[in-house]
Write a protein that binds this ligand. Sequence first.
Ligand SMILES: [Cu+2]
Length: 340
Amino acid sequence: MRKVKSLVLAGLLAFAPALLLNGPVQAQENAAVAAPATGNETAAADSAAKAAAPAAAPAAPAEKVAAPPRMKPTPGIGMPMPGEITLQKQFSPTGHTARWLHDVMLLPIITIISIFVLALMLYVMIRFRQSANPTPSKTSHNTVIEVIWTVVPVVILLVIAVPSIGLLADQYKPAPKDALTVKVTGYQWYWGYEYPDNAIPEFVSNLLPRDKAEANGEPYLLAPDNRMVLPVGRPIKLIITGADVIHSFAVPSLWVKMDAVPGRLNEKTFTIEKPGVYYGQCSELCGARHGFMPIAIEALPPAQFDQWVLSQGGKPKGAGAATTAEAGAPAAVPAPNAKL
Ligand SMILES: [Cu+2]
């Protein structure tokens, strides 16, 4: 009886912080979501949760280009689905290699070894049980078998090592010179994105409340208000850091996962193959609202990306930059956040 009592008490204690925190944090979240009305740069300037950022950025850009309309997510792409047991479908070259390594090499090898060992154990248990085998063999060495069970595992490990080390090297390959740099900062409990190459100051990305996510057809807990917008087909270099505690920036369908450590700049390079919305979450336990700091990358064709950059008051960068005429902004298209 006492045991049950103390269990209940422990449970209450465990949940108390979450219950207590929910009130004020909800208010903060609503305030942060209410702020962005016109565009990301306004959100960055207004948001109460915003950390101190360089004030040099122009508050109101002279010419106003309409941002491309907020992209609708495709169910099953860039997000997990109920009942799924394997890795998400991949949309970056490293992701394809990784998924191939997992699906074609590791999983079959693990399965075969497990079944083989299980079969051996069952055979030994039945064939050599005491009643069937009353006088056990006194054999202590068998050179042939010993050589086999040493060499075969070594060969298996070597076969796995070759693609595995290749993938590891791929994941940490430095970014090419023309890569687009985006700085990612993890805060308790939201993300900040800054585009130094495009002169777009940091803006904040907060959880989209359930009613707004549902009204928008976006997955609650994965959908933020402001997405990180990136171009398709151009190498991306993320500079990732934390402002307070360790967070982790992770987008499974792009094979991106990198710790955001205070005082350290971590780097992650990747290329997105297809336009779409790719979701992720903070993946390092970072406090009470760790589960409420989602990530969404909206990958746009380069011309549309440049249009988005202009709409944020930034400057398109690099050889692939579209001309303003090409971007051809349709006049009445609302800013990414206008619909929220
Ligand atoms: Cu976090």
